[in-house]
Design a protein around this ligand. Structure first.
Ligand code: F0G
Length: 451
């Protein structure tokens, strides 16, 4: 059969609310044209993020009932620890309330002012948790990845020559660890090849630098390796994921992505001394090391999710449905970051709306119009989010896992193509009010008046 179906049936449904364009005009105006400020009940299809928005399975809900809420030594922790160790082989498994808590603990221990952490592309919380220590977060994406239209496999790779140059100029002692994000979220959800990870392992070993994965979307990355990298077609996603983890000395992980959990994270390491320090810090702000800021039931949901996500039928459906969205809009003239990534499609709004200058936020203009036209929430990843540092003006459509069906995606394709047909009518925005920090969450905008 050519048709790839959702590999699940639906047992419990959550209604979504249709609104009229007139109602949406009122909602978005009251929100200052900032989609973070709109109430979720006023959204029809919510593609703001794939984080914490997954649908849990019957097995996960069953596991939630098994959750052991003991303060210390909970069975739920030992079930999670076993699952994570079977998958990653890391000696120490530390639960945290989400990914950024793992980042904060790790970087506050290993980073000092004047040091540098390289990554293929740092996620915003990763960068912020490094910079707050006085260290520098450096992105080393492939130079070819600057062209959103280039259809390269493993476009999420770290630039190996640039990494070697950086180690040469900074000195290994100034680099507390090298991190690689799989898949490369900020770089378009693009995968990283095993060959690239092996190269990083070889270089970091040679220089005595620890190598960490930001493993949020490890299973999607493993599937891309199975499909696209020579030599991996006969290995299962689990075997590939194991190999990816075996190359690293530790990882940070947000269970809100590839573990289908609504909350949770992990910090893993093979370093006994560091693990002790991490657990001390964990107790200060997260909780005892056998729950780390989570309920026992959350630990069980994560343990089950980590098994389910490596199912081949699920991963085939997941990557195919993201690609379906990408191909159906791109092949009809909407420029996306090519090729489609794992968890999201990124529209190159700067390229789609060349009549709107960067200073008037083309990504925000498209986000607002997609909400007004179809009730869909997306997120600008460009000059609103990153200010002067933005490399592109993108609009991210992140796909929650196991939540929306094919007809939701078809509706989305139709909406985007209709907007594309009259894209010249879209107008830019100006910021009328902004806070000092985190402006993309709460800045207020207004449309630039037409002639
Ligand atoms: N690393 C990456 C690559 C991420 O995408 C995220 C979160 C984190 C770390 C932090 O994890 O949210 O559990 O604290 N990304 C979400 C997103 C928020 O929408 O892309 P967290």
């Amino acid at each position: 059969m050519k048709t790839i179906i959702e590999p699940f049936r639906i047992k419990s449904v959550e209604p979504i609310r249709q609104t009229t364009r007139l109602q949406r005009e009122g909602f978005i105006k009251a929100a200052g044209y900032n989609l973070f400020q709109i109430r979720a009940c006023d959204i029809l299809i919510d593609l703001l993020t794939d984080s914490g928005t997954s649908a849990m399975s019957t097995e996960q809900w069953a596991a939630i009932m098994r959750g052991d809420e003991s303060y210390a030594g909970s069975d739920s922790f030992y079930r999670l620890e076993k699952t994570v160790q079977d998958l990653t082989a890391f000696r120490h498994v530390i639960p945290t309330h989400q990914g950024r808590a793992a980042e904060r603990i790790l970087f506050s221990l290993v980073c000092k002012p004047g040091q540098t952490i390289p990554n293929n592309t740092h996620f915003d919380t990763t960068r912020a948790n490094i910079e707050v220590t006085g260290a520098r977060a450096v992105d080393l994406p492939l130079p070819e990845a600057a062209d959103t239209q280039a259809r390269l496999p493993f476009k999420g790779n770290i630039h190996i020559e640039a990494l070697e140059r950086l180690i040469e100029t900074e000195g290994a002692s100034k680099i507390p660890l090298v991190m690689v994000t799989v898949t490369n979220n900020s770089g378009g959800g693009q995968p990283v090849s095993m060959a690239n990870l092996e190269k990083v392992r070889e270089i970091t070993r040679r220089h005595g630098i620890p190598f960490y994965l930001d493993a949020c979307r490890f299973a999607e990355n493993a599937y891309f390796i199975q499909q696209g990298e020579p030599g991996y077609a006969d290995l299962s996603p689990r075997q590939i994921a194991r190999k990816m983890f075996s190359l690293a000395d530790g990882c940070t992980f947000s269970a809100k992505k590839d573990a289908f959990a609504n909350i949770g994270g992990l910090l893993c390491t093979n370093d006994d001394l560091l693990a002790g320090q991490e657990k001390d810090l964990l107790i200060l702000t997260e909780g005892f090391p056998t729950y780390g800021g989570l309920a026992g039931r959350d630990l069980d949901a994560i343990a089950v999710g980590l098994e389910e996500v490596l199912d081949s039928d699920y991963l085939r459906y997941r990557i195919a449905s993201t690609a379906y969205l990408g191909r159906h809009i791109a092949d009809h003239g909407v420029p996306i970051v090519e090729p489609p990534g794992g968890h999201a499609i990124y529209i190159d709004a700067g390229r789609m709306l060349p009549h709107i200058p960067r200073s008037q936020f083309p990504g925000q203009a498209l986000a607002a119009e997609l909400y007004l036209h179809a009730g869909v929430r997306s997120v600008e990843i460009g000059s609103v989010m990153f200010g002067e540092n933005a490399r592109h003006e993108l609009l991210r459509l992140a796909i929650p896992r196991r939540v929306y069906t094919q007809s939701h995606i078809d509706y989305l394709v139709e909406a985007i193509l209709e907007i594309n047909d009259r894209k010249h009518d879209l107008r830019g925005f100006e910021i009328v009010e902004q806070p000092q920090f985190l402006r993309h969450f709460s800045a207020r905008f207004q449309p630039i008046a037409g002639e």
